[in-house]
Design a protein around this ligand. Structure first.
Ligand code: ADP
Ligand code: ASP
Ligand code: MG
Length: 406
């Protein structure tokens, strides 16, 4: 008997009818002799709605209470799902994060899973029940509710380390780029953990990055597939030799970016660490960093952060900028990051040149560049995001020519 974990995202459980359909699908798999643990997200739009409510209450919600609030969305969906299963004549039990228990660090809103207890789930499965686990939720070592960050239900599912881990979503697999903005995107049969890690960290929200890190570490193959159709989706698994043949395997974009520039910073040892210390201490992740060559002992320093952290970053950096005698701090939220990814890049030259030329042909200005062994990212104006994705997708031979462009 296999232990199957199925995770259903927000749009898949977006209405009573959809939750019933999910229950039917789970029961079918249960009927084939599997033990079923079902991880659910909040119903579509719920988490955003809860965050908005907090924002209406105060500009600066307490992080602990924000997690108490936003974690409730998942409580609603697992309860409704368990009711649906029971109304169909099968036994089901819903479990919240703390009931499982899913132990995490205490960084509210971004907690990391340390350990998942298996006793309670095993007990419920032993009673032939279908177990519904709230995604996204955790418990820190002081007994507080935590959440795992946006999209965190994927991580809950993978961290359960089942024999089979299926992520059901509103697209039928992982594509060469977001199929919702590039009609010629091609569905992949398989993608390596490394490439998926890059895709996820560069904005392809089809899988949350930590879920892929977890899957890679524990060698859990993930099957990403559609809630609404039966066909196979895409496997995320360990790298195979064939994968190197393709130079670029995907294009990703991330509109959730903002840029901070500190003008005329004194160029001397220790300054960068003074600037970044308060930012990093607050748990803000700094992405790209560019420092210009110095002129007359002064330089400009530019870096990017995620949009929700822009306000706080500007405040923190504003204070240090004064302390170190920098001229001023500029901010820009209308940017996006566009990236090409492929393990084949390691062995193919000229990829960067082709990327820059393709963007230049469309008059898209590149503001920042960063590279790694298997990806190249450029920061551009946000309004050109969709155009850039389509252009690069075509330029690197990823277009599915049988599909008509919209
Ligand atoms: P869920 O609510 O099921 O967790 P998400 O909205 O988090 O779903 O993720 C699915 C979405 O990811 C798709 O609707 C699609 O727009 C987006 N996406 C971005 N990049 C890709 C890609 N390369 N392949 C498939 N989907 C992608
Ligand atoms: N409900 C949470 C979110 O919207 C977690 C998830 O859906 O995975 O981010
Ligand atoms: Mg998601």
């Amino acid at each position: 008997m296999a232990l199957v974990v199925q995770k259903y995202g927000g749009t898949s459980v977006g209405s009573i009818e959809k939750i019933r359909a999910v229950a039917r699908r789970v029961i079918e798999c249960y009927g084939e002799g599997n033990q079923m643990v079902v991880v659910l997200s909040a119903m579509a739009g719920q988490t955003d709605g809860l965050i908005q409510l907090a924002g209406e209450m105060t500009d600066n919600p307490d992080p602990r209470e924000l997690d108490v609030l936003v974690s409730t969305g998942e409580q609603v969906s697992i309860a409704l799902f368990a009711m649906a299963v029971r109304s169909m004549g099968y036994d089901a039990r819903s479990l919240l994060g703390f009931q499982v228990a899913i132990h995490t660090s205490h960084l509210y809103g971004k907690a990391r899973i340390h350990e998942i207890e298996t006793e309670r789930i095993t007990k419920e499965l032993g009673r032939n029940r279908i177990v519904a686990v709230a995604g996204f939720q955790g418990l820190d070592d002081r007994g507080n509710i935590t959440t795992l960050g946006r999209g965190g239900s994927d991580t809950t599912a993978v961290a359960l380390k089942a024999d089979v881990c299926e992520i059901f979503t509103d697209v039928d697999g992982i594509y060469t780029t977001d199929p919702n903005i590039c009609p010629k995107a091609r569905k992949l049969e398989i993608i390596s953990y490394e490439e998926m890690l890059e895709m996820a960290s560069l904005g392809a929200k089809v899988l949350e990055i930590r879920s892929v890190e977890f899957a890679k570490k524990y060698n859990v193959p993930i099957h990403v597939r559609s809630t609404f159709v039966k066909e196979r989706g895409t496997m995320v698994a360990a790298e195979t030799k064939d994968m190197e043949r393709v130079m670029v395997s995907g294009v990703a974009y991330d509109k959730n970016q903002a840029r901070v520039t500190i003008k005329r910073v004194p160029d001397r040892p220790g300054i960068a660490s003074m600037i970044f210390e308060p930012v990093l201490k607050s748990g803000i992740v700094v992405d790209m960093i560019v420092q210009n060559t110095s002129e007359e002992g002064l330089t400009d320093l530019t870096f990017t952060v995620a949009k929700p952290e822009f306000g706080e970053t500007m405040k923190l950096v504003g204070t240090v900028a004064k302390e170190i005698g920098a001229e001023r701090v500029l901010g820009d939220e209308d940017i996006s990051k566009i990236s090409i990814i492929g393990i084949g890049m390691r062995s193919h030259a000229g990829v960067a040149k082709k990327m820059f030329e393709s963007l230049a042909k469309e008059n898209i200005n590149i503001m920042m560049i960063s590279t790694s062994e298997i990806k190249i990212s450029c920061v551009i104006e946000e309004k050109y995001t969709e155009l850039a994705v389509r252009v690069l997708h075509g330029a690197f031979g990823l277009d599915d020519e049988e599909k008509e462009a919209k």
